[in-house]
Write a protein that binds this ligand. Structure first.
Ligand SMILES: NC(=O)c1ccc[n+]([C@@H]2O[C@H](COP(=O)([O-])OP(=O)(O)OC[C@H]3O[C@@H](n4cnc5c(N)ncnc54)[C@H](O)[C@@H]3O)[C@@H](O)[C@H]2O)c1
Length: 392
């Protein structure tokens, strides 16, 4: 199987490459000296990819979690299954090997039926939930109660924004192209909040509360991002930033509601991570490649950040900023790092891009999202792509 596609989007995922990337993530998690006194129950929404996957693996290996992970993935058909499908198969194998009672559901987290069925399963198997990690990144959401489908957009607010995009030719050569993005309409901004804001997270908590499934001391976290002044027009000050602000205010409202069970809701500001969604945000691929150019191997992995997230979630007093957010992005936003990235951003030319930005790393990361370019995989060996979703 060969990687085929257009731009950053590939059409197939390589199962063995996806298994291997899950193994490599697992290898980063230190095994605890002794098992936890009580196995916590966790619900991870968005467990097949990115930060949700890393949190699931870190939780299984280091924190002995049982529970449920939810992702929305496509099975094999004319093309391979999605990469998240194969990563879930591999994560399930880890859970089984560890003896964890952890099952995976392939379902639309935004649907009421998914909530009911997942809560039925949690009630029957565990009788309550200790942690909910909300790590969904979706392009659209259908609100099952109104039937409205919201479509998110990645646009600035108020004024057009001109930035530079990193692209790759078919032979892998890096190119930088100037792009101008028109500002979002009010309807587009509201729709983005409808997808990536806190409404669905809040509904999960309400559903758990109504079923009496919130254990005393329950904690929940949804992931957010701030990012650099270089990307603020398109990210934090743009439509997606408005959605993140909504998510952050939802955390404050949820914490008030969770007082009855001595619970708390947080957002966690994670650092930049190469994902498919990130490649679609104008300017961000160049920014992240420059960030890696500055940091090299000091760029923390998603597993390292997820271990920090669990550390904070399980701490008696989590380390939060003035707005009540867990901060896992200090490495990214530190003054010297941002100054170095900004200096490179200003001076970059088509001739210097590969020297100043780690474009080779960025391209390999993008391909690894589909299981290609993963170290230790023999891509000449034929692979079966039609694999079943793990049984729950
Ligand atoms: N990538 C970054 O740089 C970055 C940085 C900080 C915070 N975050 C935040 O982290 C969160 C997760 O993003 P990611 O980058 O890990 O994304 P990702 O694309 O790697 O993972 C998204 C997950 O959501 C699941 N999903 C999507 N739609 C779903 C649906 N309708 N029902 C059930 N599951 C669904 C996918 O299956 C996948 O498991 C987002 O809130 C994102 O904004 C990302």
């Amino acid at each position: 199987m060969k990687p085929t596609g257009r731009g950053y989007l590939l059409l197939d995922a390589h199962p063995v490459g996806c298994f291997r990337s899950v193994e490599l993530m697992r290898a980063e998690v230190p095994v605890p000296e002794k098992p936890p006194a009580r196995r916590p129950t966790a619900l991870v929404i968005g467990s097949s990819s990115g930060y949700g996957l890393a949190s699931t693996i870190a939780g299984l290996v280091r924190y002995g979690i049982d529970g449920v992970g939810i992702g929305l993935e496509r099975p094999a058909g004319h093309r391979s299954a999605t990469a998240g499908w194969y990563r879930t198969v591999a994560t399930d194998a880890i859970a089984r090997e560890l003896g964890a009672d952890f099952s995976f559901r392939n379902a639309d987290a935004f649907a009421d039926t998914t909530k009911t069925e997942t809560l039925d399963l949690l009630a029957e198997r565990f009788g309550g939930v200790d942690y909910l990690i909300y790590s969904v990144a979706a392009p659209r959401r259908t609100d099952p109660r109104s039937g409205t489908t919201y479509q998110s957009v990645l646009k600035p607010l108020g004024a057009p924004h001109t930035t530079r995009n990193l692209e790759f030719a078919d032979d892998g050569a890096a190119q930088v192209r100037e792009v101008t993005v028109a500002p979002a309409t009010e309807a587009e901004a509201a729709a983005t909040v409808g997808v990536m804001g806190g409404e669905d997270w809040s509904r999960w908590i309400t559903a758990l509360a109504e079923r009496g499934l919130l254990r005393s001391g329950f904690r929940t976290v949804a992931l957010t991002y701030i990012g650099s002044p270089l990307t603020s027009a398109i990210y934090r000050g743009g439509t997606i930033g408005a959605a993140k602000a909504h998510l952050e205010s939802t955390a404050r409202a949820l914490t008030e509601r969770l007082a009855a069970v001595d619970g708390r809701a947080f957002t966690s500001v994670n650092g930049a991570l190469v994902t498919q969604a990130l490649t679609a945000i104008p300017g961000i691929p160049l920014y992240v490649s420059l960030l890696r150019g500055v940091l090299g191997d000091r760029f923390p992995s998603p597993v390292a950040q997820s271990l920090d997230l669990w550390h904070q979630l399980t701490a008696r007093r989590p380390d939060v900023d003035d707005s009540g957010r867990i901060r896992l992005d200090r490495w990214e936003l530190s003054e010297p790092v941002q100054a170095a990235v900004a200096e490179r951003w200003r001076s970059i030319t088509p001739e210097t891009v590969t020297a100043l930005a780690d474009t080779a790393w960025f391209r390999a990361q993008c391909r690894a999202l589909y299981g290609f370019d993963v170290p230790g995989v023999d891509y000449t060996v034929p692979v079966a792509t039609d694999l079943p979703w793990p049984e729950s």
